[in-house]
Design a protein around this ligand. Structure first.
Ligand code: DSN
Length: 436
């Protein structure tokens, strides 16, 4: 007996019409609690941000249904007309935003964008240089537990013990000694301005390709609040969800056509299959937002706020690694307070201030314990905090840390309760997704 169209429609009614709360109450509840967490706590993780409603909408769009292996105009599947529209817009906007000639907007993540550069340009065993993880580098820049460190030969550079700044003379000496094929600048916990032209000179001297992983600072670069890695760097990679405030993803940018085929081939078919077209669409939305004058002001305000936060922390007795910040982030050294990064992260979370424990340069504690925390201002700046609010946040952090310093890991419950109250006031005054 054949099924009548009306019966199909009835059996599919829930499929087409049920919202998440009806279809899957457990997941809906977790999402709703995550929204409340983002609304009610102050987000200080330097690599996180709060994306716009439009970015969220594109990320949750019907493009999740679409396979579009290949590139605009050259796909392996039919029905890619609109996939081509969004990917072309994403590419053109990325090029305009960062002032470069070529862009690949398909990498699914930061790790995959960097893997694609390795696949395109290096052979297993080749030598490359990157900032040491202990000095603020990234796993994919040569950590022994990452593919970059397992399949290639990483030679790292670090910061100086005295001033905790990257020692460009040491970078040059290491490059001369090891003749790397690739040099990576950029990191995840380095709060000072990158001297891209100095890296260019070193790369030229030893014949290396220069890659900048600007993931942390790309929003600042887009808004003119940090110098651009172009034209100094050959290739620039970036995640799109940090200071750039887009969806969770990655991009690769370059100027010289000679890199176009190897990089595009490395992303697809080298590493990835079908691109996440819903995320590519959301990247295009984020790039459009980042091209506005409002985003420029946002980027500058991130830096102004970071300086205010660092100054407040110092005034309240906490040491900032390298003595301050030029970007969106800072590392707080808790050694003198005899508080570990792990205990500080937990204590601050109890007080509704979210951050991550982070090793400081020359840390003697393990990465699971650490002697520091990393703080950043992109998310707080998105919710509307200015220097006055960040000065208050600095004071609140210092109060919680002092409680931990006095009482050990359990901290001071009274202080933490009082801080929670003041965090709640700040969050209420600067709401996140107010109509959600
Ligand atoms: N995990 C990111 C960060 O927090 O910096 C880098 O990938």
């Amino acid at each position: 007996m054949s099924t009548k169209p009306s019966e199909v429609l009835n059996s599919m009614d829930a499929f087409w019409n049920d919202d998440l709360a009806t279809a899957d109450p457990e997941i809906a509840a977790a999402i709703s609690k995550e929204l409340a967490r983002q609304q009610d706590k102050i987000e200080l993780i330097a690599s996180e941000n709060i994306a716009s409603k439009a970015v969220l909408e594109a990320t949750g769009s019907v493009f999740t249904n679409k396979y579009a292996e290949g590139y605009p105009g050259k796909r392996y599947y039919g029905g890619c007309d609109y996939a081509d529209v969004v990917e072309t817009l994403a590419i053109e906007r990325a090029k305009e935003l960062f002032g470069c000639n070529f862009a690949n907007v398909q990498p699914n993540s930061g790790s995959q964008m960097n893997q694609a550069v390795f696949l395109a340009l290096l052979q297993p065993g080749d030598t490359f240089m990157g900032l040491d993880l202990n000095s603020g580098g990234h796993l994919t820049h040569g950590s022994p537990v990452n593919m970059s460190g397992k399949w290639f030969n990483p030679v790292s550079y670090g910061v100086r013990e005295g001033d905790e700044l990257i020692d460009m003379d040491a970078v040059a000496a290491t490059a001369r000694e090891h003749k790397p094929k690739l040099i990576i600048c950029g990191g995840t916990a380095y709060s000072r301005t990158w001297d891209f032209s100095a890296f260019r000179a070193i790369a030229d001297e030893v014949g290396a390709i220069l890659l900048c992983d600007m993931s942390h600072i790309s929003g600042l670069v887009a808004g003119g609040a940090h110098p651009s890695p172009f034209p100094h760097c050959d290739i620039v990679t970036s995640t799109t969800h940090k200071s750039l405030r887009g969806p969770r993803s990655g991009i690769i940018l370059w100027n010289d056509e000679k890199f176009t085929k190897p990089l595009n081939m490395a992303v697809f078919p080298g590493l990835q299959g079908g691109p996440l077209m819903h995320v590519v669409a959301a990247k295009a939305v984020a790039f459009r937002e980042a091209l506005t004058p409002e985003f420029k002001s946002y980027a500058h305000r991130i830096v102004e706020n970071a300086r205010a936060l660092a100054a407040s922390l110092e005034e309240n007795g906490l040491r900032i690694v390298s003595g301050g910040t030029d970007n969106h982030s800072m590392l707080v050294d808790l050694t003198a307070k005899n508080v570990t990064g792990k205990d500080a992260e937990k204590g601050l979370d109890r007080a509704w201030l979210t951050c991550n424990k982070n090793g400081i340069p020359f840390d003697t504690r393990s990465p699971f314990i650490t002697s520091g925390i990393r703080l950043g201002t992109p998310a707080g700046t998105t919710r509307g905090f200015g220097p006055a609010e960040f000065r208050t946040v600095g004071k609140l952090i210092a109060e919680v840390v002092d409680g931990l310093s006095k009482n050990g890991a359990e901290g001071d419950a009274q202080i933490e309760e009082s801080v929670r109250g003041r965090v709640a006031e700040l969050c209420a005054a600067f709401p996140v997704y107010p109509n959600a």
